[in-house]
Ligand binder design. Structure first.
Ligand SMILES: Nc1ncnc2c1ncn2[C@@H]1O[C@H](COP(=O)(O)OP(=O)(O)OP(=O)(O)O)[C@@H](O)[C@H]1O
Ligand SMILES: [Mg+2]
Ligand SMILES: [Zn+2]
Length: 257
């Protein structure tokens, strides 16, 4: 068989230069089109510049991040159990009404800056001082930084888990899977309702699933009340690797008149 003859296109060297954008040495050549309707025409081509490739990679990266952020927000919105009053809560619109609350906000900001996915916080204090508000703010800030977050009111979570026993909505397994996987879980309002044995068993499952990962707890109870309500075993789990932030102050929900 005759070997297929490959004709190398005729080419002329034009110049060599360093591309100011990608810093590569680029060879510019003129090539003669070897076949087709434009046969015999000369075209200029640059070899070695990777600007186009880099642009494509950048675009793909940006699309990837946007996609990830959208996915994270969807997961947060879909699985979180959160009051409407907290939907707009941010760090910016939290105005501390006392020195203690200003320190609390400062500590929360430090927590965000130093977030490493392992440390926990316990926010405790009386009603309406912004414990939930600041916890929601943390989820917003961390999601901006690419961390998956979830906000669960514990009383609502326990109700949800009961509902799944009647096959409504999300299953318990699915919930626990999400609880286990997110980088930060907020477990809000611990001990707000009387904890039955069943509730404490469920709480233990959640705490156990979270071991080694970051969780923010909020509660109205002091440590003795909390220990009595959620039992010794849960309490001890909760206090592992946990910094405490005290947030007492005036109830922001109560209108002054
Ligand atoms: N310092 C503040 N600046 C702006 N808004 C605040 C502030 N404190 C509380 N709020 C708002 O007041 C409402 C009650 O606050 P939040 O739910 O965070 O209180 P809490 O400490 O979690 O109370 P509870 O102990 O009853 O759960 C929310 O809508 C919150 O956004
Ligand atoms: Mg709260
Ligand atoms: Zn280039």
């Amino acid at each position: 068989m005759e070997p297929i003859k490959v004709t190398k296109p005729k080419e002329r060297f034009i110049k060599e230069y360093v591309c100011p954008d990608c810093n590569r040495t680029v060879t510019q050549k003129e090539l003669e089109i070897p076949r087709g309707p434009r046969k015999g025409e000369w075209i200029v081509a640059d070899y070695g510049c990777i600007c186009e490739d880099m642009k494509l990679v950048e675009e793909a990266k940006k699309r990837g991040v946007a996609f990830k952020n959208k996915k994270m927000k969807q997961l947060f919105d879909y699985y979180s159990l959160i009051n409407d009053a907290l939907k707009d809560a941010t760090l910016e619109n939290y105005e501390p009404t006392s020195n203690e609350l200003a320190i609390a906000k400062q500590n929360i900001m430090t927590y965000i800056q130093q977030f490493d996915g392992t440390k926990n916080l316990l926010l405790h204090g009386n009603y309406g001082t912004g414990k939930s508000h600041l916890s929601v703010s943390v989820t917003k800030e961390l999601m901006e930084r690419g961390h998956e977050c979830l906000f669960l009111s514990l009383p609502k979570l326990l109700t949800k888990i009961k509902e799944t026993y009647n096959n409504k909505g999300v299953t318990e397994d699915e919930l626990l899977e999400v609880i286990q996987r997110v980088d930060l879980l907020v477990l809000d309002d611990i001990g707000a309702e009387h904890h039955t044995e069943w509730a404490n068993t469920k709480l233990f499952e959640v705490l156990d699933d979270r071991s080694g990962k970051s969780t923010i707890y909020t509660t109205n109870l002091n440590s003795n009340e909390l220990r009595a309500q959620i039992n010794e075993r849960n309490f001890s789990r909760m206090m592992e690797n946990t910094d405490i932030i005290t947030m007492n102050g005036r109830d922001y929900r109560r209108k002054e008149f």
